[in-house]
Design a protein around this ligand. Structure first.
Ligand code: NAD
Length: 357
């Protein structure tokens, strides 16, 4: 039995976590759940939004299935999601985007995987606020050394991209491609303009590609990539990107296949993998047995593949695809109109998926 931490989250989290747990169990996967709390409900019950026991469980098991967690605005507690990504150094954000028959979307032939670097780039959090002594000092330092001048009264965000950070994410993309029988990796950048950050990214991508010649490799400039994804998405397979472009393109790709309700994801590091839906905790639907469990269920399918439980993963994906294609036992957001009286609840959709296995 493989032990997996199940974090139930808050808002709609506990409902979709329960639906997902039942679906995974129905595949017959040899998984033992270690149920842990995090988020607003944990805050109320245990006095902390991220109990030590939860972190210890994820650390020990190395694999977690995590339902969404609210980041309350203006209360002082920082994002648990960001904290966990930093704590476990989950440097790879994985976002497969696949068309399923029955999901309303503009395309029906998409099967892409977006691999986003999660720790560097403009998201490193190295920023200097306008009118501070630090910003003035940095502006002066740069203006003395650079032909390009920064205007005083500027805010500054720093974009670090390292050899080590790029090597590990590009290698991750190749490893993922190999394990999941994918054919091509496309590295995305703006190396023609940002020669020392994106230029490094491209050089390192090419070096890593030379060690992975069993998989095809190509690169694309990010603006061209956006246009191509809209015009001919079927040309792409695994796409690896620095943090900022990855953030934007993973939502673009989720939009190509029907949006947040069906977008699974994972944050993966050297020792820890946390599987979670792309969407948030949708607090307004809490406790209503209303929302779509598909994104978390498909995230659990990725988790089964990560655990080399390929047969169970396929069983689960086929069952989800069959229920969506039928379009009968699906939640309100998958019906032609949002007030369709034939929509079923979260747990009934899970029942229908289980019945297909
Ligand atoms: P959200 O994803 O919760 O909701 C956006 C919209 O999508 C809403 O209209 C919601 O009703 C709908 N929606 C979301 N999930 C759905 C589902 N499964 N089925 C049907 N409809 C669904 O985004 P938000 O409102 O911006 O964020 C709410 C909270 O979630 C915030 O506190 C945010 O910080 C947090 N959040 C957490 C995560 C995470 O835990 N990884 C990710 C994103 C946002």
């Amino acid at each position: 039995m493989k032990k997996v931490t199940l974090i139930r989250g808050d808002g709609i989290g506990p409902e979709i976590a329960e639906a997902t747990r039942r679906c995974v169990e129905a595949t017959g996967a040899a998984i033992e759940w270690d149920v842990q709390e995090a988020g607003l409900d944990a805050m109320e019950e245990l006095g902390t939004p991220l109990p030590e026991a939860t972190l210890a469980s994820v650390e020990a098991n190395g694999v977690a299935l995590k339902a969404p967690i609210t980041t309350p605005v203006g209360t002082g507690f920082r994002s648990i999601n960001v904290h966990m990504r930093q704590h476990f150094d989950t440097y790879a954000c994985l976002r497969p985007c696949k068309s399923y028959e029955g999901v309303r979307s503009k395309y029906d032939n998409i099967d892409l995987v977006v691999v986003r670097e999660n720790t560097e780039d403009l998201y490193a959090g190295i920023e200097f606020q306008k009118d501070t002594a630090e910003a003035a000092e940095l502006t002066q330092w740069i203006n003395q050394r650079s032909k390009q001048q920064i205007k005083y009264k500027s805010g500054i965000s720093i974009k670090p991209i390292s050899v080590e950070g790029t090597e590990r994410i590009v290698q991750f993309a190749f490893d993922y491609a190999r394990k999941n029988k994918r054919k091509k990796v496309t590295s995305v950048h703006k190396a023609n303009i940002m020669k020392h950050s994106d230029g490094l990214w491209l050089d390192v991508s090419r070096e890593v590609a030379k060690k992975n010649t069993d998989i095809e490799f190509e690169d694309r400039i990010v603006d061209n990539m956006c246009m191509q994804l809209v015009q001919k998405p079927e040309l792409y397979d695994v796409i690896v990107l620095p943090n900022l472009y990855g953030d934007i393109l993973s939502d673009l790709c989720a939009g190509l296949v029907g949006g947040l309700g069906v977008a699974p994801g994972a944050n993966i590091g050297a020792k820890t993998a946390i599987f979670e839906a792309t969407h948030g905790s949708a607090p307004k639907y809490k406790g209503q047995n209303k929302v779509n469990p598909t994104a978390l269920i498909l995230s659990s399918m990725l988790m089964l593949r990560h655990l080399d439980m390929f047969a169970e993963a396929e069983k689960l994906e086929n069952a989800v695809a069959a229920v969506i294609a039928e379009g009968k036992d699906v939640t309100y957001d998958m019906k032609p109109t949002r007030d369709d009286p034939t929509a079923v609840g979260t747990s009934e959709m899970a029942d229908a998926i289980i019945a297909k296995m």
